[in-house]
Write a protein that binds this ligand. Sequence first.
Ligand SMILES: [Zn+2]
Length: 315
Amino acid sequence: MNKQFETFLQNHNLSGISSINKSDLHNHLGKGGNVNYITSRYNLKIDLPPSKFESLFHMDEWAKENIKKKCPYIKRLEAAFVQAADDNISVLAASFGLDEAMTIGGMPVEAFIDTMKSFNQQLAPNTILLPELAFTRGCDVDKEFSRLDEVLSYNWFKSVDINGVESEQPIKNFKKIYRKAKEHGLRLKAHVGEFGTADDVMEAVEELELDEVHHGIASANSEFVLNWLSKHKIQLNVCPSSNVKLQVVESYAVHPIRKIYDYGIPVTINTDDMLVFNQSVSQEYLNLFKSGLMNGHELNHIREIGLREISYYGL
Ligand SMILES: [Zn+2]
């Protein structure tokens, strides 16, 4: 399978790349579907996004108007499972946020979990789902903490995350949430070093005892932080198209994943928000290969690092 993946990359054979097992470990599942599937399955007209966004705010506003208003959350989730099956995503870390009233997407948490389990069985039976509980960076930490016991009592979530605008509050404010999540055996992750700095990445890993960082590409600006991440084997879940379209990185050809990989840091390749950035995991691999940034052997190694994820959960 290793050689096959490399050959498919060399031949720019997208359906071949797609046929090989891969992981997607940074996926906001409500935006994890394929726009073509959603438009044809639900007979909706969704415009393709602009080629570049001015900011995270611009992207969120675009997604609100063009996706969230047009297609209900539950249908988008269904589409995301279909996408995982289509692209042979055998390990899917899927991020979900709680609403105000202990619901997800307007459904009570328990009913929501049952729906996700049946989507998983019916639409993507070969995909191992790793549900991730996501907090927004600007949230009311005390309020989230007060309902954490109940959320964790379902024993469904396997990891925690913080997403959104990195400057909204200090990451250390989330310490008590992360301590409790750790006590429950969850894997600890957070979005950091996407728009922030290398020091922000190191601070977040130290304060929250992170196992993995979503993005973390700013670490490439500091040899010290790169060496530190490498020494502690902190995994970075990188999303190249997201970075290019949000103008954090100029192009695939100069993406910092090259430098991060060269320091021996475990790194994975992921979609972030496929419904917005419109690139599957397979396309993400091919984009990096075509740009000349990484060779087939290295990309296959990264694919294997991603598949290793299940071992951290004893699966
Ligand atoms: Zn993200």
